[in-house]
Design a protein around this ligand. Sequence first.
Ligand code: CA
Length: 253
Amino acid sequence: MDHGASRSGEAPSAAAGHGRDGPAVLIIEDDEEARAALVRELQGRGYRVDQARDGREALDRWSARRPDVVLLDLGLPDVDGLDVVRRIRREAATPIVILSGRYEEREKVEALDRGADDYVTKPFGVDELNARLRVALRRAAGPAADRGGRLVNGTLELDPARHVVAVAGRPLDLTPREFEILRVLLTHAGRLVTKGRLLRAVWGEAYQAEDSYVYVHVSQLRRKLAAADPDGSLRDLLVTEPGVGYRVRSGNP
Ligand code: CA
């Protein structure tokens, strides 16, 4: 039998992988060229892709399809990208990753404060974007805790029920605020947590402008972790996103 030439003209859909059952992403971007590139790249990575060019179409597509994750350009021609975040959050916890321009710092932080999960700054590489999408999807799949309810990240272990933290099995003495900060960050491992969100979670709504509280307590927490970690395995645990917040490295490989 001849297996040759007759097949060569077929579209490489099978070779492109699990496009039919990969996660569904809704790409909201008004720039035609940028949108087409995102569609192509993400389809190539196995995502099922839906797209919208403005805010109205975005909300229509979102209601119609309920994608697993939303990729949102903040600068849209008709409505404010922040409105899209608010509308989606009113109805669902679907992860939202922001595509932000270099001069949209304030809008980006506001979107994160309103419940967007993460962001990538243009121009970005598709590997970076894919990593952010995967973390956002994993977060949506369930809490970071193990079966015993403990939060584990490398040699660090936090048990919310017993209120203890240990590094390599040795207990670590934290103040209640430090404990709470660490608990919130570990719960969102891999994700960005804004300073505003930390303040609301640890101190309460009335304190959300007190950035210096977070700064002081996170510094102290870092010092204690470093002192308890002589082999340095937790050195890259807690990453600062300048001007935005903090991110604990992803707990699961
Ligand atoms: Ca735009």
